[in-house]
Design a protein around this ligand. Structure first.
Ligand code: SF4
Length: 346
């Protein structure tokens, strides 16, 4: 098994059965070897610095109805909000003072009638903080909309594909949403010159090892600059509320595999990892992740952006919080890297 890991490290690809063996193994020494190799590769490319992204949860309004999502359209228990332009700019102002050089505008998927508003907002941020990267995570849109936002100054786009398997995608999403269209959006984003993030949910209901292998193969072939992988966590008002959460172990294993397959990728250790386990975020970093995304959103709206239950708060939106995060990272030999943290194009 260690030979497989060495092969992945040096050739960046394995056969499906070999990925499957890595996902299945119960041999703790093999898993530890996988983590060590992934850490070495992450450090060879990015050192022991961890990039910060300031997350701004723009709105919990969404036209979609993904079965796993707490802010899905048909959840009547959500009190809906959208930040004003002034609130968003205030978040950027505060974040910039703290040292953030990337802002991530994330929200539910809106209709196209509001795309111009987003473009204007992106232009305002670009003008106000020209040295910062602007990342959008606002769902599926026509190519022209992505082009308009890129033109306005957005640099990066996160759009997790969630699962590459058509049948599983259909079980997790409402009729009308297809993996084919999502992959098309990812292609458009890449063509338009965005740094693109794709990724999956780990341990979602009905997911199989075979579908995870399919996801790894898709990511290896698509080569996104960013890879967002997080464990599934049920939300109590969704149709999937009764299913168990995914595991930190399996998610960390996927971080490590993807780090070896795409050494230059930017891999966040996600908030969902921290939600499932107090040391989840650090375990993600020890598996080769190199990004964390503290929340810069206004305090009074955070509970309304409940994609899943018991979402962890990092508390890094204050100077003390940043210091606490740096202290936490230092316990495993890492530190905050305050640079913008771009990834080279593949
Ligand atoms: S996952 Fe995204 S697109 Fe789907 S319901 Fe939630 S916010 Fe909307």
């Amino acid at each position: 098994m260690k030979t497989l890991i060495d092969t992945l490290r040096h050739h960046h690809e394995l056969k499906p059965a070999q990925y499957r063996a890595l996902l299945m193994t119960r041999d703790s020494q093999v898993v530890e070897y996988l983590m060590t190799q992934a850490r070495e590769v992450a450090q060879a490319h990015y050192g022991t610095g961890i990039y910060l992204r300031g997350l701004i949860e723009l709105s919990n309004m969404c036209r979609n109805d993904c079965l796993y999502c707490g802010i899905r359209r048909s959840n009547r228990h959500v009190s809906r909000y959208t930040l004003t332009r002034e609130q968003v700019l205030a978040c950027c102002e505060q974040g910039y003072k703290l040292g953030f050089r990337t802002f991530v505008l994330q929200g539910g998927e809106w209709g196209e009638e509001r795309s111009q508003w987003i473009a204007d907002l992106v232009s305002d941020i670009r003008r106000g903080w020209p040295d910062c990267a602007i990342t959008l995570s606002l769902g599926e849109h026509p190519r022209e909309t992505y082009a308009m936002w890129r033109e306005a100054g957005a640099n990066r786009y996160l759009l997790r594909h969630e699962t590459h398997n058509e049948r599983l995608y259909g079980l997790l999403h409402p009729r009308g949403m297809t993996i084919g269209h999502r992959l098309q959006c990812l292609e458009w984003l890449k063509e338009l010159g965005y740094q693109v993030g794709a990724g999956i949910m780990v341990g979602s209901p009905f997911q199989s090892l075979a579908s995870m292998v399919e996801d790894i193969q898709y990511l290896v072939q698509f080569k996104p600059q960013m890879i967002g992988i997080g464990p599934f966590i049920p939300q109590h008002d969704t149709p999937l509320a009764r299913f168990p959460a995914g595991s930190v172990d399996m998610t960390a294993r996927l971080y490590a595999i993807m780090r070896l397959a795409l050494p230059w990728s930017l891999i966040p250790s996600t908030t969902a990892m921290a939600t499932l386990s107090p040391d989840g975020r650090l375990r993600g970093i020890l598996a080769g992740a190199n990004v964390v995304m503290p929340n810069l959103s206004p305090e009074d709206h955070r509970k309304q952006y409940a994609l899943y239950d018991n979402k962890a708060a990092l508390g890094a939106e204050s100077a003390q919080g940043i210091q606490a995060l740096d202290n936490e990272l230092s316990t495993i030999g890492y530190h905050i890297d305050w640079s913008r943290g771009d990834s080279p194009n593949w």
